[in-house]
Write a protein that binds this ligand. Structure first.
Ligand code: HEC
Ligand code: HEC
Ligand code: HEC
Ligand code: HEC
Length: 235
């Protein structure tokens, strides 16, 4: 009796510990330990094509998409059309559609292109076709609220194509048009990068680093006491 109780308890403990380490492994500073490790997602309940690699869902060494401002990009350009942020107090110039590196993010986060829909599949890959699952699948069916317990709440990761309710992107960072902004220099505000051919646009990756989730959610720096916001806004 004692012996069986011990075995059962040990098994339960092992399962729990495995669950816990799995959850914590999503807040690392390496892509492999973040929710952007889609290869891992294939083994944890999602039916994505498993390409046996991590970077390949976003990058490829050859035949990449040169139209998107993200290096060696392995995904199609999302076509929107996007509704851009607008407000009566906006002073700087916003593009009429999403541009630059933001298109890389939106190729998954606007829910129009399947997560495993890539341009150049690994040559070693033996014929699994993309499943067609978009990001909304995870956001509404698997990871809602604290499900599983202690897990990440992925609600909100589908931004859709209506970006009117999102912080402005594809906007020229120009403090001369609004005194409540800190100066930019060499294509950066503080350590936050600006994008585009003139390195002057705020894009998704100005605030987010897609490889590093140690400042969740993928923030370039901690936003404790709104430090991220106050790197640009002098308010
Ligand atoms: C979920 C998508 C995604 C995955 C997975 C991913 N990357 Fe990236 N990567 C991006 C995006 C978007 C950019 C451009 C953003 C930027 O300028 O930081 C980028 C930029 C880069 C850059 C240039 C900028 C920099 O930070 O040095 C390198 C190098 C890079 N990735 C390597 C990798 C490698 C190696 C892997 C796999 C271990 C990987 N990435 C996985 C999305 C991804
Ligand atoms: C290959 C598809 C893909 C690309 C490209 C991609 N993401 Fe993601 N991202 C995901 C998935 C999948 C998740 C997990 C959420 C889910 O399953 O609903 C996620 C999660 C996130 C989260 C939430 C993380 C957390 O811990 O809560 C943020 C923030 C994020 N992504 C930002 C970005 C940004 C910014 C870019 C571009 C620089 C980007 N992503 C590019 C697929 C992608
Ligand atoms: C000006 C900075 C900034 C820009 C630009 C930005 N984000 Fe975020 N984003 C944040 C912050 C800060 C959070 C965390 C919000 C929180 O947890 O309170 C966040 C959260 C998220 C999340 C997690 C879900 C949520 O709603 O909290 C996703 C996914 C995401 N961003 C994707 C993107 C994508 C894709 C883009 C470009 C279309 C983008 N972000 C542009 C600052 C930014
Ligand atoms: C990389 C620089 C940058 C960061 C970081 C940043 N912003 Fe912004 N933000 C901008 C720019 C540029 C605008 C457009 C300002 C304009 O046109 O007047 C803007 C606009 C806004 C607006 C809308 C202003 C209007 O008149 O409609 C709000 C609100 C805002 N930001 C809040 C935030 C918050 C909250 C954070 C932190 C989560 C944040 N921002 C982080 C650059 C940034």
């Amino acid at each position: 009796m004692m012996k069986w109780t011990f075995v059962v308890c040990t098994l339960v403990l092992m399962v729990c510990l495995a669950g816990v380490s799995d959850t914590y492994a999503q807040f690392g500073n390496k892509v492999s330990d973040t929710p952007h490790n889609l290869q891992k997602a294939t083994t944890s309940g999602m039916t994505l094509a498993d390409y046996g690699e991590i970077c390949v869902y976003c990058h490829t060494p050859h035949n990449n998409n040169i139209n998107i401002e993200a290096p060696l990009w392995n995904r199609d350009e999302p076509t929107g059309p996007y509704n851009m942020y607008n407000s009566p107090t906006l002073d700087m110039t916003i593009a009429n559609t999403a541009e630059n590196v933001s298109l890389a993010c939106l190729s998954c986060h606007d829910n129009t292109i399947a997560l495993d829909q890539i341009i150049n599949r690994p040559s070693s890959q033996l014929g699994t076709n993309p499943s067609g699952q978009t990001i909304e699948t995870c956001a509404t069916t698997c990871h809602v609220g604290a499900n599983p317990v202690g897990g990440i709440n992925f609600q909100g990761t589908n931004l859709g194509t209506d970006l009117q309710n999102d912080h402005p992107i594809s906007i020229v960072y120009d403090p001369s048009k609004d005194p409540n902004f800190l100066p930019a220099s060499n294509g950066k505000v503080g350590n936050l990068p600006l994008y585009g051919s003139n390195a002057d646009r705020v894009e998704c990756a100005s605030c987010h680093n897609p490889h590093d989730n140690s400042n969740r959610p993928f923030l370039r720096m901690s936003n404790a006491n709104s430090a991220l916001c106050l790197t640009c806004h002098d308010i």
